[in-house]
Design a protein around this ligand. Structure first.
Ligand SMILES: [Zn+2]
Ligand SMILES: [Zn+2]
Length: 256
């Protein structure tokens, strides 16, 4: 039985995976402790909401090797690195879902500080990387600057750390180069700003497109399974099945 143990900064822990069925959020550390000792935990995660946008930056790691990745370092690096240190995670790389400032603003700094490679997003987000210093100045992100991904990612690629392998899906619509990371053994997806609990990513920003976004969700995410738990770029965890039933923008009952 594979599960992922997710800790959300602020004291809540969620155990997600096939047996959990739903991204139940448990208030006590006790449950998480039990789960960690009774099932095969193949990936662990701490979610650190960062920046005034409360963006869900994730530290993911392989419990066997303790090697990990930071997904979407938008800012507040001291908090992110403190979470990694607390769990004794050795950060190997940076992964990016897309290049908006709240997700990628501290990528250059983190990459330089720890000498880390940068994987993702899809190359269609290059225009956002080029503009990231301007966006940073506009939104008060100190020190945001462009960077060069070590490796662009595309749908069908994989990205890994330790013994963990994540599958990559290309999900344009919110941004043209947005990608999603899927951990198949625990059925957990890190979806950035493609999908939220009860909502979807905004499409009024440059090169956003609503119909494209809904098509990405339905063609790239739903086939992964209703029992997939997803970590959105902002807000609470949910499952694809829950959103297919009730999301006002992309449920099975909404025509686009
Ligand atoms: Zn975004
Ligand atoms: Zn965002």
């Amino acid at each position: 039985m594979a599960r992922v143990l997710v800790e959300i900064r602020g004291g809540r822990k969620a155990v997600a995976g096939p047996a959990a069925g739903f991204a139940s959020v448990y208030e006590t550390r006790y449950y998480a402790y039990q789960a960690a000792n009774s099932v095969d935990i193949v990936m662990k995660a701490v979610i650190v909401p960062v920046t005034p946008f409360r963006q869900n930056c994730s530290v993911l790691w392989c419990p066997e090797t303790m090697k990990g990745a930071v997904v979407d370092p938008g800012g507040d690096l001291d908090q992110v690195l403190a979470a990694a240190k607390e769990h004794e995670v050795e950060i190997e790389k940076i992964l990016l879902t897309h290049a908006h400032i709240d997700h990628a603003g501290a990528t250059a700094e983190l990459s330089e500080r720890l000498d880390l490679p940068i994987e993702g997003p899809h190359r269609d987000d290059q225009f956002l990387i080029d503009a990231i210093a301007d966006h940073g100045a506009r939104f008060g992100f100190v020190g945001a600057r462009p960077f060069e991904p070590t490796r662009w990612l595309d749908g069908g690629d994989t990205a890994g750390f330790g013994k963990v392998t994540l599958e990559v899906r290309h999900c344009p619509g919110h941004t043209p180069g947005h990608i999603v990371f899927f951990h198949r053994p625990s059925k957990v997806a890190i979806v950035g700003d493609v999908l939220f609990r009860g909502s979807v990513g905004r499409t009024d920003l440059p090169r956003g497109d609503h119909a494209t976004l809904i098509n990405s969700i339905r063609s790239q995410l739903w086939p992964l399974g209703d029992d997939v738990t997803f970590v959105p770029g902002h807000g609470d965890l949910s499952t694809f099945g829950n959103e297919r039933r009730s999301n006002p923008y992309c449920s099975d009952f909404v025509e686009v």
